[in-house]
Design a protein around this ligand. Structure first.
Ligand code: NAD
Length: 318
C-alpha cells in the first residue's frame, strides 16, 4: 500500500486537528474521506481544503472509499455505532485488506467486541486500538503520543508509523491488541491520582503557611517530582501557563478524566488487580464533575474542589 486512500471519522476537539494534519502533511494524491454526525463540522472541515476533502454521508461510505480508516469518537457506544451499525457502519461493507484504526479512549471490552466482529467478517482486515495523549494542543501541533495496540513486529507497523507520524511525535506499539487502551487507561489512572495527591499536599502546605512556589521547587528535585507538579500544577499561580493559572480553563476537562478514571477502575476489576485508591479517586472526579465551579474545567481543578486557598498570596501576605 504505497499511497493508501485515507478516511477519517469523528471530527471533534481531537479528530478535527488530527485530520487537518493528515491533510497538510501527507499531501494525499487522493482525497481524504471524512464523516461526522454533525453536518456543521463537516461544512467547516471542507473549507480547510475543498479540493482535498471528500465529505461522506456515513461511516459506511468512508470505508467503501478508503484503504485505511481512522476513527475517534467519545465513548464505547459511539464506537459500536460507527463500526457495527448494520445499515451504515464500517462493517456494513466489504472490508478485506482494509486497515481500521480506532483512536478513541474507550473500554477494552467494546474494543475487543469490535475486533472480534471484524475478524469474523474478514480474515484480511486489520483493526487497531490507538488511543492518544497530548490533548487538543498536541493534536493541533501534531505532537500526540499514540499507544498502538499491536505486536512489535506487526507487518503494518511501518505504514501505521508513517500515517500516525503526521499527527503525532511518539508512536508506541504496546505489544498486542487492546494493550494500547491498557496503556492509556493506566496512564490516566496514575496521572489522575498524582493530580489529587499533589493538590492535597499543596493544600496542607499552604494552610501550614508554606509558599507554594517554594514547595513546587522542593518537589521538583525531590521524590514528589512529577509532570503534574512541574507543568500542570493544580495551584493557581505556580505554573504561569497552566490551566490552573487561567481559572482552570482549557486542559483536560473533569468529565473526560472521570470517564477515563472509571474505565481504568473497571478494567482493574475485570483483570482482578487490587486498586486501593481507585474508588476514592473516582469519587473525587465524579463529585467535582457535578460541582458548578469545577465541571467543564481542567481536571486539576481538584485543588479548588477540596477547598484549596486560590488566594494564597493574600493569605500568606506575599
Ligand atoms: P468530541 O466530543 O469533541 O468529538 C467527538 C466527535 O465525534 C464529534 O464531532 C461528534 O459529532 C462525533 N461523533 C459522535 N458519534 C459519532 C458517530 N456515530 N459517527 C460519526 N461521528 C460521531 O470528543 P474529543 O474530545 O475529540 O474526544 C474523542 C476521544 O478522544 C474520546 O474518547 C476522548 O476520551 C479522547 N481524548 C480526548 C482528549 C481531549 O483532550 N479532548 C485527549 C485525549 C484523548
Amino acid at each position: 500500500m504505497a499511497s493508501p486512500a485515507l478516511g477519517f471519522i469523528g471530527l471533534g476537539v481531537m479528530g478535527y486537528p488530527m485530520a487537518v494534519n493528515l491533510l497538510k502533511k501527507l499531501e494525499t494524491r487522493t482525497k481524504l474521506h471524512v464523516y461526522d454526525v454533525s453536518s456543521q463540522v463537516l461544512d467547516n472541515f471542507e473549507q480547510e481544503a475543498p479540493n482535498l476533502v471528500s465529505i461522506c454521508s456515513s461511516a459506511r461510505e468512508v470505508t467503501e472509499r478508503s484503504d485505511v480508516v481512522f476513527t475517534i469518537v467519545p465513548e464505547g457506544k459511539h464506537v459500536r455505532a460507527v463500526y457495527l451499525d448494520e445499515a451504515d457502519g464500517v462493517l456494513s461493507v466489504e472490508i478485506d485488506n482494509k486497515i481500521l484504526v480506532d483512536c478513541s479512549t474507550i473500554d477494552t471490552t467494546t474494543s475487543i467486541d469490535v475486533h472480534e466482529a471484524i475478524s469474523k467478517k474478514s480474515a484480511t482486515a486489520s483493526f487497531y486500538d490507538a488511543p492518544v495523549s497530548g490533548g487538543s494542543l498536541g493534536a493541533a501541533a501534531a505532537t500526540l503520543t499514540f499507544m498502538l495496540g499491536c505486536n512489535y513486529d506487526d507487518p503494518n507497523l511501518p505504514l501505521l508509523k508513517g500515517l500516525l507520524g503526521a499527527m503525532g511525535s511518539s508512536i508506541f506499539p504496546c505489544g498486542g491488541f487492546s494493550l494500547g487502551l491498557t496503556a492509556k487507561l493506566c496512564n490516566n489512572y496514575c496521572s489522575g491520582l498524582i493530580a489529587i495527591a499533589t493538590a492535597e499536599a499543596f493544600n496542607i502546605g499552604i494552610k501550614s503557611g508554606m509558599d507554594p512556589l517554594m514547595l513546587a521547587r522542593v518537589f521538583t528535585t525531590s521524590t514528589a517530582q512529577s509532570t503534574i507538579n512541574d507543568k500542570w500544577n493544580p495551584v493557581p499561580g505556580v505554573c504561569p501557563n497552566s490551566p490552573a493559572s487561567k481559572d482552570y480553563q482549557g486542559g483536560f476537562k473533569v468529565p473526560l478524566m472521570k470517564k477515563d478514571f472509571n474505565l481504568a477502575v473497571e478494567m482493574a476489576k475485570r483483570v482482578g488487580a487490587q486498586v486501593r485508591l481507585g474508588e476514592s479517586g473516582l469519587a473525587v472526579y465524579e463529585e467535582s464533575s457535578e460541582d458548578a465551579e469545577c465541571r467543564d474545567r481542567d481536571s486539576r481543578v481538584v485543588f479548588r474542589y477540596i477547598g484549596g486557598d486560590e488566594d494564597w498570596k493574600e493569605k500568606l501576605g506575599l
